[in-house]
Write a protein that binds this ligand. Structure first.
Ligand code: ASP
Length: 317
């Protein structure tokens, strides 16, 4: 029995330490498997996973598909441009029709915050939120925790004693919200920084310190997570004067790197706006673990799929 108490994975808000550790510990095993020659552990043979991505994705979609296949499940990719969504079918109708084909898991990415939660009320399949608007991206939060644990706390279970700085477009980042929850649950101290125009009202209530300058956030930090400027979500007047000023004051370059702890690591969920929020020399430099995040993404998504749809999964209401 997996003993996992969630039927869906909609967000990390409200998760317990045990919930997060169950995913991370299982992901450790899959990470080791994925480094071998035969990357298969067919515990989901006969199960079906539908990837329903209604917003662009590279890493998340590919890794969910790979994760499902490595577990032996049938993975179907639903492509909106070739489906009835372009004919005006509602999300709920599309989901109900997919449900009629009896998938075990639907992985949903959607531009509306709350989309995954609303679908979860109407289908029997387990729903994994692969990013809903500006709300949450729980599998990214978990893979970030897994990456940090491996690099900064090898052998330990949680992240107590670490300071993590999350810098950039807090206003639109679902990754920031999931990271703040996940890191906080595992005992890390979280500092967030953004231009004042990009700090949502009450953001500190999520459980982090909030700064309108990067320097106090990154000072002595063990980990820095840079966020992408989400141009596609920003409406109305620009939230910052211009790219040059943004990269000068909020981008991670050599000057800010000096302020971090000597052995600090640099992360970014991707895709990176090179030269805007992150200097390419740092993105490709020795402190960067950005590609390790991608590697952990497969292992963490295998763990989530197995916990939700494996034999030992508990289908609590
Ligand atoms: N790929 C992440 C997301 O979908 C981060 C980003 O797009 O900036 O939220």
């Amino acid at each position: 029995m997996s003993g996992f108490r969630h039927r869906h994975v909609l967000g990390l808000e409200g998760w317990s330490r045990d919930d997060v550790l169950q995913v991370l510990d299982r992901a450790e095993r899959f990470h080791a498997l994925n480094e071998g020659v035969v990357k298969k552990s067919p515990s989901l043979r006969g199960r079906t996973v539908i990837n329903m991505f209604l917003e662009p994705s590279t890493r998340t979609r590919t890794s969910f598909e790979l994760a499902a296949k490595r577990l032996g499940a049938d993975a179907i990719n639903f492509t909106p441009s070739q489906s009835s969504t372009v004919k005006g079918e509602t999300l709920l109708d599309t989901a109900r029709n997919l449900q009629a084909m009896h998938p075990d898991v639907i992985v949903l990415r959607h531009s509306a915050s709350g989309a995954a939660a609303s679908i979860a009320r109407h289908v029997e399949a387990a729903i994994i939120n692969a990013g809903d608007g500006t709300h949450e991206h729980p599998s990214q939060g978990l893979l970030d925790c897994a990456t940090i644990r491996r690099h900064k706390r090898p052998g330990a279970r949680d992240l107590a004693g670490l300071t993590v700085a999350i810098c950039g477009d807090l206003a639109h980042s679902r990754v920031a919200r999931s990271d703040v929850h996940g890191l906080g649950i595992l005992g890390a101290k979280v500092r967030c920084a953004a231009p004042r125009t990009m700090i949502p009202v009450g953001f500190e209530a999520l459980g982090c310190e909030v700064f309108d300058r990067v320097e106090p956030a990154v000072e002595g930090a063990d980990v820095v997570i840079m966020l992408r400027i989400q141009k596609e979500r920003a409406q109305g007047p620009s939230l910052y004067p211009n790219n040059r000023e943004y990269s000068r004051y909020f981008g991670l370059g050599p000057r800010l790197l000096e302020l971090l702890a000597d052995d600090a690591i640099v992360m970014h969920p991707g895709p990176v706006n090179r030269g805007l929020e992150l200097d390419p020399r740092i993105a490709d430099g020795p402190r960067s673990v950005i590609l390790d995040q991608v590697t952990w993404g497969v292992a963490v998504r295998m763990a989530l799929l197995e916990l939700l749809a494996g034999d030992g999964s508990v289908a609590a209401p």
